[in-house]
Design a protein around this ligand. Structure first.
Ligand code: MBD
Ligand code: FE
Length: 288
């Protein structure tokens, strides 16, 4: 069996959730950065969240059966390791809006649960690691990284990660080589880069886990439009986390993660050989 054969038969919500939870714990403690938050702010935030919950219960006369279903569901989300997925799909987009609203350059989009640091370094021009028989249309992306004043940012890095042609991410679905479709590019002296990869497929939230259960109970759909994830970093500048999308995707207008912005939709050109070329530049804000 090749690695690309029917990976959906073995990809489970609990397995990708466990990987995402483990990945999150592997980073430095998220509590460190907020250890000096005054109790007044903590109290205010918790009170406001709870007030929203209390208001919902009164307004809709939530029953004990519904309350118990919620309790069971919250327990299951944790057991499935799906909190990274739940939070990044239904909450992160607002945090991202607030965090980047001051920017003059690119504002970006959410990171999501499937970023892994330290992907292979590929220089200014290169091809991301992929299998010999990697399915998907070839994609060649040229771009430049600049500061808000228009100057090229030599030495900037562009980290790219994305799903394969089945909608699966390496390190979060079984049977895919570790760094498949993940790479780190360092731009040249003119801030330019050229990345060769394949066009990703749309992403479907696993339907066999707690998030999937909530989606189907609510009559929603589980889809994110096809997207490229990236992080752009340069000395003395705010790091940009963004996603890029393809025109015509049916879920650009109703992304389950609410993470599409018009300026993030690409304009791919047919390369005449079954592939596409894209051109997309980044403008980073100087760090405050
Ligand atoms: C993804 O691939 C993703 O990008 C987000 C934000 C949430 C779930 C899966
Ligand atoms: Fe994604």
């Amino acid at each position: 069996m090749t690695t690309t054969e029917h990976p959906q038969e073995v990809a489970t919500a609990a397995a990708s959730g466990a990987s995402a939870t483990e990945r999150f714990h592997a980073d430095k403690s998220p509590f460190e950065a907020v250890k000096d938050t005054p109790p007044e702010r903590v109290s205010m935030l918790i009170n406001d969240v709870l007030a929203g919950v209390h208001e919902t219960i009164r307004k809709h006369k939530v029953t004990y059966d519904e309350y118990n279903a919620l309790k069971a569901w919250l327990i299951n989300v944790g057991e499935d390791g799906e909190w990274p997925l739940f939070l990044d799909v239904w909450v992160e987009h607002v945090v991202e809006d607030v965090a980047t609203e001051h920017r003059q350059g690119n504002k970006g989009s959410i990171e999501g649960p499937y970023y892994v640091p330290d992907a292979p370094e590929l220089g200014a021009k290169g091809t991301v690691p992929m299998r010999d028989d990697e399915p998907g249309d070839p994609l060649v992306w040229t771009g430049q990284v600049r500061s808000c004043d228009g100057s090229a940012l030599a030495g900037a890095t562009v980290e790219l990660w994305h799903a394969d042609d089945d909608g699966y991410y390496s390190q979060f679905a079984p049977g895919i080589p570790e760094w498949n479709l993940r790479g780190t590019f360092t731009v040249d002296d003119d801030g330019r880069f050229e990345i060769t990869t394949i066009r990703p497929a749309p992403y479907m939230i696993p339907t066999d886990g707690s998030c999937g259960k909530m989606i189907s109970a609510a009559g929603w759909h589980p889809w994110r439009p096809a997207h490229l994830h990236l992080k752009v970093s340069a000395p003395g500048h705010e790091q940009l986390t963004a996603q890029l999308y393809f025109p015509g995707d049916p879920h650009n207008d109703d992304d389950v993660a609410s993470a599409v912005k018009p300026e993030l939709v690409l304009d791919p050109k047919d390369d005449g050989q079954g592939g596409f070329t894209i051109s997309y530049d980044f403008v980073l804000d100087p760090a405050k």
